[in-house]
Design a binder for this molecule. Structure first.
Ligand code: WTA
Length: 572
Protein backbone atom coordinates (compact mmCIF):
# COMPACT_ATOMS: atom_id res chain seq x y z
CA UNK A 1 0.00 0.00 0.00
CA UNK A 2 1.11 3.52 -0.70
CA UNK A 3 0.59 5.44 2.52
CA UNK A 4 1.47 8.78 0.97
CA UNK A 5 -0.97 8.84 -1.93
CA UNK A 6 -3.73 11.31 -1.13
CA UNK A 7 -6.82 12.58 -2.83
CA UNK A 8 -7.56 16.15 -1.92
CA UNK A 9 -10.76 17.36 -0.29
CA UNK A 10 -13.33 17.81 -3.00
CA UNK A 11 -16.92 17.47 -1.87
CA UNK A 12 -18.74 20.67 -1.15
CA UNK A 13 -21.43 20.94 1.48
CA UNK A 14 -19.78 19.42 4.51
CA UNK A 15 -21.90 19.17 7.61
CA UNK A 16 -18.78 18.29 9.55
CA UNK A 17 -16.57 21.35 9.33
CA UNK A 18 -13.43 20.37 11.14
CA UNK A 19 -12.87 16.69 11.87
CA UNK A 20 -9.92 17.03 14.24
CA UNK A 21 -11.54 19.67 16.38
CA UNK A 22 -14.90 17.92 16.46
CA UNK A 23 -13.22 14.64 17.36
CA UNK A 24 -11.69 16.31 20.41
CA UNK A 25 -14.82 18.05 21.65
CA UNK A 26 -17.77 15.85 20.66
CA UNK A 27 -19.78 13.66 22.96
CA UNK A 28 -22.97 11.73 22.26
CA UNK A 29 -25.12 13.61 24.75
CA UNK A 30 -25.05 16.53 22.30
CA UNK A 31 -27.09 14.45 19.85
CA UNK A 32 -29.62 13.16 22.35
CA UNK A 33 -31.19 16.61 22.63
CA UNK A 34 -32.68 16.09 19.16
CA UNK A 35 -35.10 13.42 20.30
CA UNK A 36 -38.17 13.04 22.50
CA UNK A 37 -36.51 11.38 25.44
CA UNK A 38 -34.66 14.57 26.29
CA UNK A 39 -38.13 15.87 27.30
CA UNK A 40 -40.11 12.73 28.11
CA UNK A 41 -37.57 10.02 28.89
CA UNK A 42 -39.29 7.79 26.33
CA UNK A 43 -38.60 7.26 22.65
CA UNK A 44 -39.51 5.26 19.58
CA UNK A 45 -37.04 5.17 16.69
CA UNK A 46 -39.75 4.78 14.04
CA UNK A 47 -41.60 7.81 15.41
CA UNK A 48 -38.37 9.82 15.30
CA UNK A 49 -37.63 8.68 11.74
CA UNK A 50 -41.07 9.37 10.25
CA UNK A 51 -43.72 11.01 12.44
CA UNK A 52 -41.42 13.69 13.81
CA UNK A 53 -41.02 15.10 10.28
CA UNK A 54 -44.70 14.68 9.41
CA UNK A 55 -45.56 16.66 12.55
CA UNK A 56 -43.07 19.45 12.05
CA UNK A 57 -44.13 20.82 8.69
CA UNK A 58 -42.43 18.25 6.47
CA UNK A 59 -45.50 16.06 5.97
CA UNK A 60 -45.64 16.73 2.23
CA UNK A 61 -41.98 16.03 1.62
CA UNK A 62 -41.24 12.83 -0.30
CA UNK A 63 -39.79 10.23 2.07
CA UNK A 64 -39.68 7.18 -0.21
CA UNK A 65 -39.31 6.90 -3.97
CA UNK A 66 -39.74 3.40 -5.31
CA UNK A 67 -39.53 1.94 -8.76
CA UNK A 68 -39.28 -1.45 -10.39
CA UNK A 69 -40.35 -2.52 -13.89
CA UNK A 70 -44.01 -2.68 -12.85
CA UNK A 71 -44.35 0.02 -10.17
CA UNK A 72 -43.39 3.63 -9.79
CA UNK A 73 -44.48 5.16 -6.47
CA UNK A 74 -43.74 8.00 -4.12
CA UNK A 75 -44.74 8.36 -0.48
CA UNK A 76 -44.55 11.49 1.65
CA UNK A 77 -43.57 11.48 5.32
CA UNK A 78 -47.27 11.88 6.15
CA UNK A 79 -48.15 8.83 4.01
CA UNK A 80 -45.31 6.82 5.55
CA UNK A 81 -46.62 7.76 8.96
CA UNK A 82 -50.13 6.58 8.08
CA UNK A 83 -49.01 3.35 6.40
CA UNK A 84 -46.76 2.37 9.28
CA UNK A 85 -49.51 3.29 11.75
CA UNK A 86 -51.90 1.03 9.86
CA UNK A 87 -49.46 -1.83 9.96
CA UNK A 88 -48.91 -1.31 13.68
CA UNK A 89 -52.66 -1.58 14.14
CA UNK A 90 -52.78 -4.76 12.05
CA UNK A 91 -50.20 -6.36 14.33
CA UNK A 92 -51.97 -5.25 17.49
CA UNK A 93 -55.27 -6.58 16.21
CA UNK A 94 -53.87 -10.04 15.58
CA UNK A 95 -52.34 -10.06 19.04
CA UNK A 96 -48.68 -9.11 18.62
CA UNK A 97 -47.22 -7.45 21.71
CA UNK A 98 -44.25 -5.35 22.74
CA UNK A 99 -41.10 -7.46 22.68
CA UNK A 100 -42.52 -10.11 20.31
CA UNK A 101 -40.42 -10.90 17.26
CA UNK A 102 -41.92 -10.06 13.88
CA UNK A 103 -39.92 -11.14 10.84
CA UNK A 104 -40.13 -9.79 7.32
CA UNK A 105 -39.14 -12.02 4.42
CA UNK A 106 -39.95 -10.36 1.15
CA UNK A 107 -38.54 -8.42 -1.78
CA UNK A 108 -37.60 -4.79 -1.39
CA UNK A 109 -40.92 -3.04 -2.06
CA UNK A 110 -42.66 -0.26 -0.09
CA UNK A 111 -44.68 -2.84 1.91
CA UNK A 112 -41.44 -4.04 3.47
CA UNK A 113 -40.77 -0.54 4.79
CA UNK A 114 -44.33 0.00 6.09
CA UNK A 115 -44.09 -3.32 7.94
CA UNK A 116 -40.64 -2.60 9.32
CA UNK A 117 -41.63 0.78 10.74
CA UNK A 118 -45.06 -0.39 11.95
CA UNK A 119 -43.47 -3.26 13.88
CA UNK A 120 -41.11 -0.91 15.67
CA UNK A 121 -43.92 1.55 16.40
CA UNK A 122 -45.75 -1.02 18.56
CA UNK A 123 -42.55 -1.94 20.39
CA UNK A 124 -42.12 -5.34 18.76
CA UNK A 125 -38.69 -6.49 17.58
CA UNK A 126 -38.27 -6.57 13.82
CA UNK A 127 -36.16 -9.12 11.94
CA UNK A 128 -35.69 -8.55 8.22
CA UNK A 129 -34.60 -11.57 6.18
CA UNK A 130 -32.93 -11.41 2.78
CA UNK A 131 -35.32 -12.60 0.08
CA UNK A 132 -32.74 -14.99 -1.41
CA UNK A 133 -32.70 -17.20 1.68
CA UNK A 134 -33.90 -20.75 1.16
CA UNK A 135 -35.63 -23.05 3.61
CA UNK A 136 -32.76 -24.01 5.92
CA UNK A 137 -31.64 -20.42 6.39
CA UNK A 138 -35.19 -19.19 7.00
CA UNK A 139 -35.92 -21.97 9.46
CA UNK A 140 -32.80 -21.43 11.57
CA UNK A 141 -33.55 -17.76 12.00
CA UNK A 142 -37.26 -18.06 12.75
CA UNK A 143 -36.60 -20.91 15.13
CA UNK A 144 -33.85 -19.18 17.07
CA UNK A 145 -35.76 -15.90 17.38
CA UNK A 146 -39.08 -17.63 18.16
CA UNK A 147 -40.81 -15.21 15.82
CA UNK A 148 -44.59 -15.07 16.32
CA UNK A 149 -45.43 -13.30 13.06
CA UNK A 150 -44.01 -13.22 9.57
CA UNK A 151 -44.65 -10.85 6.68
CA UNK A 152 -43.95 -12.58 3.39
CA UNK A 153 -45.31 -13.20 -0.12
CA UNK A 154 -47.07 -16.24 -1.61
CA UNK A 155 -44.01 -16.81 -3.81
CA UNK A 156 -41.67 -17.04 -0.82
CA UNK A 157 -44.04 -18.93 1.49
CA UNK A 158 -42.95 -22.40 0.28
CA UNK A 159 -39.53 -21.69 1.82
CA UNK A 160 -41.08 -21.21 5.26
CA UNK A 161 -41.49 -24.58 7.03
CA UNK A 162 -44.52 -23.32 8.98
CA UNK A 163 -45.33 -26.70 10.55
CA UNK A 164 -41.86 -26.97 12.06
CA UNK A 165 -42.07 -23.56 13.71
CA UNK A 166 -44.36 -23.83 16.75
CA UNK A 167 -43.97 -20.15 17.77
CA UNK A 168 -44.96 -18.81 14.37
CA UNK A 169 -48.69 -18.10 14.70
CA UNK A 170 -49.43 -15.36 12.18
CA UNK A 171 -48.49 -15.08 8.53
CA UNK A 172 -49.24 -11.86 6.73
CA UNK A 173 -49.13 -12.27 2.98
CA UNK A 174 -48.40 -9.38 0.64
CA UNK A 175 -50.21 -9.93 -2.66
CA UNK A 176 -52.27 -12.97 -1.65
CA UNK A 177 -55.36 -13.90 -3.62
CA UNK A 178 -58.45 -15.86 -2.62
CA UNK A 179 -59.52 -17.14 0.75
CA UNK A 180 -56.81 -17.75 3.34
CA UNK A 181 -56.53 -20.39 6.05
CA UNK A 182 -56.65 -19.56 9.72
CA UNK A 183 -53.51 -17.79 10.89
CA UNK A 184 -52.96 -16.30 7.44
CA UNK A 185 -53.87 -12.70 6.64
CA UNK A 186 -53.98 -10.59 3.52
CA UNK A 187 -51.71 -7.59 4.00
CA UNK A 188 -53.85 -5.46 1.68
CA UNK A 189 -57.17 -6.40 3.29
CA UNK A 190 -55.92 -5.87 6.82
CA UNK A 191 -54.32 -2.54 5.93
CA UNK A 192 -57.57 -1.36 4.35
CA UNK A 193 -59.45 -1.99 7.57
CA UNK A 194 -56.80 -0.55 9.89
CA UNK A 195 -56.91 2.99 11.25
CA UNK A 196 -54.24 5.46 10.22
CA UNK A 197 -54.10 6.66 13.83
CA UNK A 198 -51.90 4.70 16.17
CA UNK A 199 -51.00 4.93 19.79
CA UNK A 200 -47.20 4.71 19.63
CA UNK A 201 -45.54 2.39 22.11
CA UNK A 202 -43.13 4.67 23.96
CA UNK A 203 -39.98 2.78 24.72
CA UNK A 204 -37.00 3.02 26.95
CA UNK A 205 -33.94 3.80 24.86
CA UNK A 206 -32.37 0.47 25.86
CA UNK A 207 -35.43 -1.55 24.74
CA UNK A 208 -34.82 -4.07 21.92
CA UNK A 209 -35.75 -3.01 18.40
CA UNK A 210 -34.07 -5.07 15.71
CA UNK A 211 -32.37 -8.41 15.12
CA UNK A 212 -29.97 -9.12 12.26
CA UNK A 213 -28.55 -12.59 11.87
CA UNK A 214 -24.92 -12.72 10.93
CA UNK A 215 -22.23 -15.35 10.54
CA UNK A 216 -19.31 -16.35 12.66
CA UNK A 217 -16.76 -19.04 11.93
CA UNK A 218 -18.42 -21.67 14.10
CA UNK A 219 -22.01 -22.53 14.81
CA UNK A 220 -25.24 -21.25 13.36
CA UNK A 221 -25.85 -17.58 12.51
CA UNK A 222 -26.00 -15.29 15.50
CA UNK A 223 -28.94 -12.99 16.22
CA UNK A 224 -27.40 -9.57 16.77
CA UNK A 225 -29.80 -7.44 18.81
CA UNK A 226 -29.98 -3.66 18.51
CA UNK A 227 -31.93 -1.23 20.69
CA UNK A 228 -33.78 2.03 20.03
CA UNK A 229 -30.77 4.00 21.28
CA UNK A 230 -28.90 3.04 18.09
CA UNK A 231 -30.73 5.86 16.33
CA UNK A 232 -28.41 8.38 17.98
CA UNK A 233 -25.56 6.98 15.93
CA UNK A 234 -27.60 6.46 12.77
CA UNK A 235 -28.64 10.09 12.90
CA UNK A 236 -25.22 11.55 13.54
CA UNK A 237 -23.27 9.34 11.11
CA UNK A 238 -25.95 10.22 8.55
CA UNK A 239 -25.02 13.86 9.08
CA UNK A 240 -21.26 13.61 9.14
CA UNK A 241 -20.43 10.53 7.03
CA UNK A 242 -23.29 10.44 4.51
CA UNK A 243 -23.23 14.25 4.73
CA UNK A 244 -27.03 14.30 4.42
CA UNK A 245 -28.60 17.69 3.87
CA UNK A 246 -32.15 18.94 3.54
CA UNK A 247 -32.52 18.61 -0.24
CA UNK A 248 -30.58 15.40 -0.73
CA UNK A 249 -31.93 12.46 -2.68
CA UNK A 250 -30.23 9.50 -1.11
CA UNK A 251 -29.77 5.99 -2.45
CA UNK A 252 -28.38 3.09 -0.43
CA UNK A 253 -28.12 0.00 -2.62
CA UNK A 254 -28.26 -2.55 0.24
CA UNK A 255 -31.22 -4.78 1.07
CA UNK A 256 -32.69 -4.46 4.59
CA UNK A 257 -31.87 -8.16 5.08
CA UNK A 258 -28.34 -6.87 5.75
CA UNK A 259 -27.45 -4.28 8.34
CA UNK A 260 -26.45 -1.62 5.83
CA UNK A 261 -29.97 -1.79 4.42
CA UNK A 262 -31.50 -0.89 7.80
CA UNK A 263 -28.98 1.40 9.56
CA UNK A 264 -28.32 3.30 6.33
CA UNK A 265 -31.21 2.21 4.10
CA UNK A 266 -33.89 3.20 6.65
CA UNK A 267 -32.75 4.95 9.83
CA UNK A 268 -29.98 7.36 8.82
CA UNK A 269 -31.81 8.94 5.87
CA UNK A 270 -35.20 9.20 7.56
CA UNK A 271 -33.90 10.33 10.93
CA UNK A 272 -32.34 13.13 8.92
CA UNK A 273 -35.60 13.77 7.06
CA UNK A 274 -34.13 13.05 3.65
CA UNK A 275 -35.75 11.56 0.51
CA UNK A 276 -34.82 7.89 0.24
CA UNK A 277 -34.67 6.02 -3.07
CA UNK A 278 -35.60 2.33 -2.99
CA UNK A 279 -34.95 0.14 -5.94
CA UNK A 280 -35.68 -3.55 -6.00
CA UNK A 281 -34.32 -6.14 -8.38
CA UNK A 282 -30.89 -7.27 -9.38
CA UNK A 283 -27.67 -5.49 -10.18
CA UNK A 284 -27.14 -4.19 -13.69
CA UNK A 285 -24.91 -1.24 -14.61
CA UNK A 286 -27.56 0.29 -16.88
CA UNK A 287 -30.32 0.01 -14.30
CA UNK A 288 -28.12 1.44 -11.60
CA UNK A 289 -27.00 4.46 -13.59
CA UNK A 290 -30.57 4.94 -14.73
CA UNK A 291 -31.72 4.96 -11.10
CA UNK A 292 -29.27 7.77 -10.38
CA UNK A 293 -30.28 9.75 -13.46
CA UNK A 294 -34.03 9.30 -13.10
CA UNK A 295 -34.16 10.15 -9.38
CA UNK A 296 -31.38 12.74 -9.49
CA UNK A 297 -29.58 10.95 -6.69
CA UNK A 298 -27.17 13.19 -4.79
CA UNK A 299 -25.74 10.78 -2.17
CA UNK A 300 -24.98 7.22 -3.16
CA UNK A 301 -23.95 4.49 -0.69
CA UNK A 302 -22.86 1.15 -2.14
CA UNK A 303 -20.23 -1.58 -1.85
CA UNK A 304 -16.84 -2.49 -3.34
CA UNK A 305 -18.17 -5.47 -5.32
CA UNK A 306 -20.69 -3.22 -7.04
CA UNK A 307 -18.08 -0.60 -7.81
CA UNK A 308 -15.76 -3.30 -9.18
CA UNK A 309 -18.55 -4.60 -11.39
CA UNK A 310 -19.32 -1.08 -12.59
CA UNK A 311 -15.63 -0.63 -13.30
CA UNK A 312 -15.73 -3.90 -15.25
CA UNK A 313 -18.67 -2.60 -17.27
CA UNK A 314 -16.45 0.25 -18.38
CA UNK A 315 -16.61 3.96 -19.13
CA UNK A 316 -18.86 3.85 -22.18
CA UNK A 317 -21.95 2.92 -20.21
CA UNK A 318 -21.25 5.76 -17.76
CA UNK A 319 -21.33 8.24 -20.62
CA UNK A 320 -24.85 7.19 -21.60
CA UNK A 321 -26.28 8.67 -18.39
CA UNK A 322 -26.37 12.01 -16.68
CA UNK A 323 -24.85 11.41 -13.28
CA UNK A 324 -24.18 15.07 -12.58
CA UNK A 325 -26.62 15.15 -9.64
CA UNK A 326 -24.26 13.00 -7.55
CA UNK A 327 -22.40 14.94 -4.85
CA UNK A 328 -21.15 12.25 -2.49
CA UNK A 329 -20.28 8.56 -2.95
CA UNK A 330 -19.63 6.00 -0.21
CA UNK A 331 -18.67 2.36 0.13
CA UNK A 332 -18.77 -0.29 2.84
CA UNK A 333 -18.62 -4.01 3.43
CA UNK A 334 -15.21 -5.17 2.21
CA UNK A 335 -11.86 -3.70 1.29
CA UNK A 336 -12.16 -0.94 -1.29
CA UNK A 337 -9.24 -1.30 -3.67
CA UNK A 338 -7.14 1.85 -4.29
CA UNK A 339 -7.58 1.10 -7.99
CA UNK A 340 -11.35 1.50 -7.64
CA UNK A 341 -10.93 4.81 -5.81
CA UNK A 342 -8.71 6.08 -8.63
CA UNK A 343 -11.19 4.85 -11.23
CA UNK A 344 -13.99 6.67 -9.43
CA UNK A 345 -11.99 9.89 -9.62
CA UNK A 346 -11.33 9.42 -13.30
CA UNK A 347 -14.75 8.29 -14.48
CA UNK A 348 -17.24 9.83 -12.03
CA UNK A 349 -14.98 12.69 -11.02
CA UNK A 350 -15.90 11.75 -7.45
CA UNK A 351 -14.09 10.41 -4.46
CA UNK A 352 -15.48 7.13 -3.16
CA UNK A 353 -15.51 7.37 0.63
CA UNK A 354 -14.73 4.04 2.27
CA UNK A 355 -16.01 3.34 5.77
CA UNK A 356 -15.82 0.48 8.21
CA UNK A 357 -18.32 -1.11 10.55
CA UNK A 358 -20.12 -4.42 11.20
CA UNK A 359 -23.54 -5.86 11.93
CA UNK A 360 -22.47 -5.93 15.58
CA UNK A 361 -21.41 -2.27 15.69
CA UNK A 362 -24.79 -1.19 14.32
CA UNK A 363 -23.37 1.93 12.72
CA UNK A 364 -20.30 3.42 11.08
CA UNK A 365 -17.25 3.58 13.36
CA UNK A 366 -14.39 4.45 10.99
CA UNK A 367 -14.74 6.55 7.89
CA UNK A 368 -13.42 8.91 5.29
CA UNK A 369 -15.25 12.23 5.68
CA UNK A 370 -15.94 14.69 2.87
CA UNK A 371 -13.64 17.32 4.33
CA UNK A 372 -10.73 14.95 4.87
CA UNK A 373 -8.01 13.86 2.45
CA UNK A 374 -8.49 10.28 1.29
CA UNK A 375 -5.64 7.83 1.25
CA UNK A 376 -6.80 5.20 -1.28
CA UNK A 377 -6.89 1.80 0.40
CA UNK A 378 -7.53 3.18 3.88
CA UNK A 379 -10.86 2.97 5.73
CA UNK A 380 -10.29 6.40 7.26
CA UNK A 381 -10.44 7.61 10.85
CA UNK A 382 -12.71 6.94 13.84
CA UNK A 383 -16.01 8.78 14.08
CA UNK A 384 -16.16 11.49 16.76
CA UNK A 385 -17.14 9.82 20.04
CA UNK A 386 -15.50 6.55 18.97
CA UNK A 387 -12.11 5.38 20.18
CA UNK A 388 -10.71 2.73 17.85
CA UNK A 389 -7.29 1.17 18.19
CA UNK A 390 -5.05 -1.69 17.15
CA UNK A 391 -4.38 -3.91 20.15
CA UNK A 392 -2.57 -7.16 20.82
CA UNK A 393 -4.24 -10.16 22.46
CA UNK A 394 -3.54 -8.75 25.93
CA UNK A 395 -5.18 -5.42 25.18
CA UNK A 396 -2.01 -3.34 24.68
CA UNK A 397 -2.26 -0.68 22.02
CA UNK A 398 0.22 -1.18 19.21
CA UNK A 399 2.33 1.50 17.51
CA UNK A 400 1.71 2.66 13.90
CA UNK A 401 2.11 0.09 11.13
CA UNK A 402 1.95 -2.87 13.50
CA UNK A 403 -0.82 -5.25 12.61
CA UNK A 404 -3.20 -6.43 15.33
CA UNK A 405 -6.81 -6.67 16.45
CA UNK A 406 -9.01 -3.85 15.31
CA UNK A 407 -10.79 -2.96 18.56
CA UNK A 408 -13.12 -0.26 19.84
CA UNK A 409 -13.55 1.09 23.36
CA UNK A 410 -16.99 0.22 24.73
CA UNK A 411 -19.71 1.34 24.62
CA UNK A 412 -21.19 3.47 21.83
CA UNK A 413 -24.86 4.18 21.04
CA UNK A 414 -25.44 1.62 18.27
CA UNK A 415 -23.40 -1.22 19.79
CA UNK A 416 -25.25 -4.54 19.82
CA UNK A 417 -26.74 -5.32 23.24
CA UNK A 418 -27.13 -9.10 22.95
CA UNK A 419 -26.55 -12.14 20.83
CA UNK A 420 -30.04 -13.57 20.95
CA UNK A 421 -30.20 -16.42 23.48
CA UNK A 422 -26.42 -16.78 23.39
CA UNK A 423 -24.66 -14.78 26.14
CA UNK A 424 -21.43 -16.78 25.74
CA UNK A 425 -21.05 -15.70 22.12
CA UNK A 426 -21.76 -12.13 23.15
CA UNK A 427 -19.04 -12.23 25.79
CA UNK A 428 -16.45 -13.43 23.27
CA UNK A 429 -16.49 -10.01 21.63
CA UNK A 430 -15.64 -8.35 24.95
CA UNK A 431 -13.04 -10.80 26.22
CA UNK A 432 -10.50 -8.01 26.78
CA UNK A 433 -12.00 -5.70 29.42
CA UNK A 434 -13.04 -2.32 28.07
CA UNK A 435 -12.79 -3.34 24.43
CA UNK A 436 -14.97 -4.69 21.64
CA UNK A 437 -12.87 -7.08 19.54
CA UNK A 438 -14.02 -6.90 15.92
CA UNK A 439 -12.36 -10.06 14.58
CA UNK A 440 -10.74 -7.96 11.85
CA UNK A 441 -7.02 -7.31 11.72
CA UNK A 442 -5.71 -3.93 10.68
CA UNK A 443 -3.00 -1.36 11.34
CA UNK A 444 -2.92 2.37 11.79
CA UNK A 445 -0.54 4.75 10.03
CA UNK A 446 1.17 7.70 11.70
CA UNK A 447 -1.60 10.05 10.58
CA UNK A 448 -4.24 7.95 12.34
CA UNK A 449 -5.74 6.35 9.20
CA UNK A 450 -6.79 2.69 9.58
CA UNK A 451 -5.83 0.04 7.00
CA UNK A 452 -7.75 -3.24 6.81
CA UNK A 453 -5.74 -6.47 6.62
CA UNK A 454 -8.18 -9.36 6.88
CA UNK A 455 -10.34 -11.46 9.17
CA UNK A 456 -8.73 -13.18 12.11
CA UNK A 457 -11.28 -16.00 12.00
CA UNK A 458 -12.57 -18.02 9.02
CA UNK A 459 -15.55 -15.83 8.18
CA UNK A 460 -15.90 -15.41 4.43
CA UNK A 461 -16.77 -12.09 2.83
CA UNK A 462 -18.10 -12.73 -0.67
CA UNK A 463 -19.39 -9.70 -2.55
CA UNK A 464 -19.72 -7.95 0.79
CA UNK A 465 -21.90 -10.69 2.26
CA UNK A 466 -20.69 -12.41 5.38
CA UNK A 467 -20.90 -16.17 5.11
CA UNK A 468 -20.07 -18.56 7.93
CA UNK A 469 -18.14 -21.59 6.66
CA UNK A 470 -19.86 -23.77 9.24
CA UNK A 471 -23.33 -23.03 7.86
CA UNK A 472 -22.22 -24.02 4.35
CA UNK A 473 -20.36 -27.12 5.56
CA UNK A 474 -23.43 -28.25 7.51
CA UNK A 475 -25.56 -27.96 4.41
CA UNK A 476 -22.97 -29.75 2.26
CA UNK A 477 -22.81 -32.79 4.49
CA UNK A 478 -26.59 -33.18 4.20
CA UNK A 479 -26.02 -34.15 0.57
CA UNK A 480 -25.96 -37.95 0.27
CA UNK A 481 -22.65 -37.99 -1.64
CA UNK A 482 -20.77 -35.81 0.85
CA UNK A 483 -18.87 -37.44 3.72
CA UNK A 484 -16.95 -34.37 4.86
CA UNK A 485 -16.66 -30.79 3.76
CA UNK A 486 -14.35 -27.88 4.51
CA UNK A 487 -15.14 -24.41 3.23
CA UNK A 488 -12.83 -21.43 2.76
CA UNK A 489 -12.82 -18.01 1.11
CA UNK A 490 -10.60 -17.84 -1.97
CA UNK A 491 -9.40 -14.42 -3.19
CA UNK A 492 -11.31 -13.15 -6.23
CA UNK A 493 -10.73 -9.93 -8.15
CA UNK A 494 -14.42 -8.95 -8.39
CA UNK A 495 -16.12 -10.59 -5.43
CA UNK A 496 -13.32 -10.09 -2.92
CA UNK A 497 -13.61 -13.75 -2.00
CA UNK A 498 -15.47 -16.67 -3.49
CA UNK A 499 -16.55 -19.73 -1.56
CA UNK A 500 -14.51 -22.82 -2.22
CA UNK A 501 -15.50 -26.21 -0.81
CA UNK A 502 -13.20 -29.18 -0.32
CA UNK A 503 -15.22 -32.35 -0.23
CA UNK A 504 -14.49 -35.96 0.64
CA UNK A 505 -17.09 -38.24 -0.95
CA UNK A 506 -18.86 -41.17 0.64
CA UNK A 507 -17.83 -44.54 -0.69
CA UNK A 508 -19.72 -45.49 -3.81
CA UNK A 509 -19.65 -41.93 -5.22
CA UNK A 510 -17.31 -40.91 -8.03
CA UNK A 511 -16.04 -37.35 -8.54
CA UNK A 512 -17.54 -35.72 -11.63
CA UNK A 513 -18.49 -32.31 -12.98
CA UNK A 514 -22.17 -33.28 -12.79
CA UNK A 515 -21.83 -34.13 -9.13
CA UNK A 516 -20.16 -30.76 -8.45
CA UNK A 517 -23.05 -29.02 -10.16
CA UNK A 518 -25.56 -31.07 -8.22
CA UNK A 519 -23.90 -30.28 -4.89
CA UNK A 520 -23.66 -26.59 -5.75
CA UNK A 521 -27.37 -26.55 -6.55
CA UNK A 522 -28.14 -28.37 -3.35
CA UNK A 523 -26.69 -25.48 -1.34
CA UNK A 524 -28.21 -22.88 -3.63
CA UNK A 525 -31.73 -24.21 -3.26
CA UNK A 526 -31.40 -25.33 0.35
CA UNK A 527 -29.55 -22.41 1.94
CA UNK A 528 -28.99 -19.38 -0.30
CA UNK A 529 -27.51 -18.62 -3.71
CA UNK A 530 -24.75 -16.45 -2.28
CA UNK A 531 -23.72 -19.26 0.10
CA UNK A 532 -23.22 -21.85 -2.67
CA UNK A 533 -19.58 -22.74 -3.37
CA UNK A 534 -18.45 -21.43 -6.75
CA UNK A 535 -15.56 -23.87 -6.66
CA UNK A 536 -15.57 -27.47 -5.47
CA UNK A 537 -12.56 -29.72 -5.19
CA UNK A 538 -12.82 -33.40 -4.30
CA UNK A 539 -10.24 -34.87 -1.92
CA UNK A 540 -9.81 -38.40 -0.61
CA UNK A 541 -9.48 -37.04 2.90
CA UNK A 542 -9.66 -33.65 4.58
CA UNK A 543 -7.07 -32.33 7.05
CA UNK A 544 -8.47 -32.69 10.56
CA UNK A 545 -7.35 -32.22 14.12
CA UNK A 546 -7.16 -35.29 16.33
CA UNK A 547 -10.44 -34.19 17.82
CA UNK A 548 -12.02 -34.28 14.37
CA UNK A 549 -12.24 -30.58 13.49
CA UNK A 550 -11.65 -29.70 9.85
CA UNK A 551 -8.51 -27.55 9.61
CA UNK A 552 -9.60 -24.75 7.31
CA UNK A 553 -6.25 -23.08 7.83
CA UNK A 554 -4.56 -26.00 6.09
CA UNK A 555 -7.09 -25.98 3.24
CA UNK A 556 -6.39 -22.29 2.78
CA UNK A 557 -2.65 -22.86 2.71
CA UNK A 558 -3.06 -25.62 0.12
CA UNK A 559 -5.22 -23.36 -1.98
CA UNK A 560 -2.85 -20.41 -1.87
CA UNK A 561 0.34 -22.47 -2.08
CA UNK A 562 1.46 -21.17 1.31
CA UNK A 563 3.26 -23.00 4.11
CA UNK A 564 0.79 -25.00 6.23
CA UNK A 565 2.33 -23.95 9.54
CA UNK A 566 2.14 -26.01 12.70
CA UNK A 567 0.60 -29.40 11.98
CA UNK A 568 1.19 -30.99 15.38
CA UNK A 569 -2.54 -31.16 16.14
CA UNK A 570 -3.36 -32.80 12.81
CA UNK A 571 -4.39 -36.45 12.78
CA UNK A 572 -2.04 -38.82 10.97
C1 WTA B 1 -15.77 -6.32 6.51
C2 WTA B 1 -21.23 -4.73 6.96
C3 WTA B 1 -12.70 -3.76 4.69
C4 WTA B 1 -15.03 -6.60 7.80
C5 WTA B 1 -21.45 -3.25 7.32
C6 WTA B 1 -16.16 -6.60 8.83
C7 WTA B 1 -14.73 -4.22 5.64
C8 WTA B 1 -17.27 -7.22 8.04
C9 WTA B 1 -15.13 -2.87 5.51
C10 WTA B 1 -18.63 -6.83 8.55
C11 WTA B 1 -14.20 -1.96 4.90
C12 WTA B 1 -16.73 -3.98 6.44
N1 WTA B 1 -13.00 -2.45 4.51
N2 WTA B 1 -13.53 -4.65 5.23
N3 WTA B 1 -14.49 -0.67 4.72
N4 WTA B 1 -16.38 -2.76 6.01
N5 WTA B 1 -15.76 -4.88 6.22
O1 WTA B 1 -21.42 -7.53 9.42
O2 WTA B 1 -14.41 -7.86 7.74
O3 WTA B 1 -21.94 -7.64 6.95
O4 WTA B 1 -15.84 -7.34 9.98
O5 WTA B 1 -21.33 -5.50 8.09
O6 WTA B 1 -17.10 -6.75 6.70
O7 WTA B 1 -19.64 -7.31 7.70
P1 WTA B 1 -21.15 -7.07 8.03
Amino acid sequence: MNHDERIAVQTSGNNLKNYEETYRSFDWSQVEKEFTWSQTGRVNAAYEAIDRHAESGKGDKIALMYSDPSRDEKYTFQEMKEKSNQFGNVLRKIGVHKGDRVFIFMPRTPELYFSFLGTIKIGAIVGPLFEAFMEAAVKDRLENSEAVALVTTPALLPRVPVNELPHLKHIILVGAEGKLDEGYYSFEEEMKQASTQLEIEWMDREDPMLIHYTSGSTGKPKGVLHVHNAMIQHYQTGKWVLDLQEDDIYWCTADPGWVTGTSYGIFAPWLNGVTNVIRGGRFSPDDWYQTIEKNKVTVWYSAPTAFRMLMGAGEEVVKKYDLSSVRHVLSVGEPLNPEVVRWGMKVYGKRIHDNWWMTETGGILISNYPQMEIKPGSMGKPFPGIYAAIIDDEGNELPPYQMGNLAVKTPWPSMMRQIWKNPEKYQEYFRIPGWYISGDSAYKDEDGYFWFQGRIDDVINTSGERVGPFEVESKLVEHPAVAEAGVIGKPDPVRGQIIKAFIALRSGYQPSEELKEEIRNFVKTGLAAHAAPREIEFKDKLPKTRSGKIMRRVLKAWELGLPTGDLSTMED
